[in-house]
Design a protein around this ligand. Structure first.
Ligand code: SAH
Length: 346
């Protein structure tokens, strides 16, 4: 049920401290409540056991604790775990835990649905319903951290914003969530272990550089030829490659951090020598690396993963040009948890 009371987690620590002093209590009480909300992650005021009953009742009368609920959890045969996450208003997003031998990575969502229109992505078929709040993003990470401890006996090691949505179209909330994820009062995860992936919104890439963020940036490039990119990612018409290039150069000048380009090779779309040459040229603009990602079919035939020969051509020509290239196998396909498959199907 929706409540008119304010979500207490929308308050900063300062605001919570002020709330208590304004109500005749000590500012320190704000710190205690903040710790319950963020470090201990309680979902109910009654769980705040070092707070007096009267104070808990007073909080209950003024606030709610909006929180996510992991509705359904599926485990893939390769160990990948997908959470269907129910938000306080009933909408659902998905997040994924991806284990490897040495680490676990959380792949989290930033929007319900997506504002962009990549033709090969299942999430794009859901219209964008709303942005996630900072705490809804944080909660997905906290839930996956718990699962990582439970199933793999260690804390979550990395986070990628590659779930549903375009993180740079929900800029402020994503940055607020990352602030909390990296803070010692939150999960204390280093920003070096966080990657934000964008389809490439030039203005917002520049803003990231201006805001001196410390996390990594990945760009879903998929083609370095405008006509082709516009065909598969129609928003490229408004944000053409020249603007993207300029924004990335700005990013690099300010941060000195290498950008990762995500790239899928499809049959008949970008499996030509011209396409490879264009990518090589684009890669020369700033230090970067290329992740060739496996295509996960989303049930129509327009897009098909190119054959091994085409991918080998990409690898050898990129390497010949001293460009770092990795091939990323997809994970969790049997439970629709792989890149681009998140569409609330479970
Ligand atoms: N909007 C952001 C983050 C979400 S998509 C972005 O575009 O980067 C995360 C990654 O999955 C992107 O690189 C995207 O291009 C890729 N992707 C989308 N659909 C896919 C599919 N069907 N198979 C494989 N990767 C896909």
């Amino acid at each position: 049920m929706l409540s008119n009371k304010k979500d207490i987690r929308a308050l900063s620590k300062e605001q919570l401290r002020d709330f208590f002093t304004e109500n005749g209590d000590k500012a320190f009480r704000g710190n205690q409540v903040y710790e319950w909300l963020w470090q201990k992650g309680v979902h109910s005021f009654s769980d705040m056991t070092n707070i007096s009953k009267e104070t808990r009742e007073m909080l209950q009368n003024n606030f709610v604790i909006n929180h996510i609920e992991v509705d359904q959890m599926q485990r893939s045969s390769d160990g990948t775990v997908k959470n269907a996450v129910r938000l306080h208003d009933g909408l659902v997003v998905e997040s994924v835990l991806i284990p490897t031998e040495t680490r676990t990575t959380a792949c989290v969502s930033s929007q319900v649905g997506c504002s962009l229109d990549c033709q090969f992505c299942a999430t794009a078929r859901l219209k964008r319903m709303r942005n996630l709040n900072p705490d809804e993003i944080y909660d997905q990470v906290a839930a996956i951290n718990k699962e990582s401890l439970l199933y793999y006996n260690h804390k979550l090691s990395n986070i990628v914003f590659m779930g549903m949505g375009e993180p740079l179209m929900n800029y402020n909330n994503v940055l607020k969530a990352i602030e909390k994820i990296t803070s010692p009062e939150g999960l204390g995860i280093s920003p070096k272990r966080i990657t934000v992936s964008t389809s490439g919104v030039p203005k917002m890439i520049k803003k990231l550089a201006d805001d001196e963020v410390k996390f990594n940036l990945a760009v879903s490039l998929h083609s370095a030829i405008d006509e082709v990119r516009t065909q598969i990612m129609p928003f490229n018409k408004n944000f053409p490659l020249a603007d993207l290039k300029e924004a990335l150069q700005y990013w690099y000048a300010k941060t000195k951090r290498r950008v990762t380009y995500e790239y899928i090779v499809w049959n008949g779309i970008n499996d030509t020598r011209d396409a490879i040459n264009a990518l090589v040229k684009f890669c020369k603009h700033i230090p970067c690396k290329v992740n060739l990602i496996e295509y996960n079919p989303i049930d129509d035939g327009d897009f098909q993963q190119a054959n091994a020969k085409a991918i080998d051509d990409y690898i050898s020509i990129l390497e010949m040009n001293d460009i770092i290239v990795n091939v990323r196998r997809s994970r969790g396909k049997d439970i629709d948890a792989a890149c681009g498959q998140l569409a609330n199907k479970s």
